[in-house]
Design a protein around this ligand. Structure first.
Ligand SMILES: [Zn+2]
Length: 91
């Protein structure tokens, strides 16, 4: 009987943009396997997980090849055998 006109308290929770530890795109160096005439190269892999989780894992590099992540190696690597496509894409 009581008119319960509960004025909807607009509890509009603002979409909290939780700060992620990887706000900026982080790249890790990953070593591909030599196949055919192509020598093993260092590729760039975009890190979406903590480096400890991807260490030694095979990830898809920026240029589309599979490479094993080596978090010990900084990106860009200091060596000369670096994938040119990944170097361009990881900028
Ligand atoms: Zn590459």
């Amino acid at each position: 009987m009581a008119p319960t006109t509960a004025a909807g308290s607009t509890a509009r929770t603002a979409a909290a943009t939780a700060p992620t530890p990887f706000a900026a795109t982080t790249y890790a160096a990953a070593r591909s396997r030599a196949h055919g005439p192509t020598a093993a190269l260092w590729h760039a892999v975009e890190l979406h997980r903590p480096a400890a989780e991807v260490d030694g894992a095979c990830e898809l590099s920026l240029c589309g090849s599979l490479a094993r992540v080596a978090v010990d190696e900084p990106w860009p690597p200091t060596t000369s055998d670096v994938c040119g496509a990944c170097t361009t894409l990881a900028r």
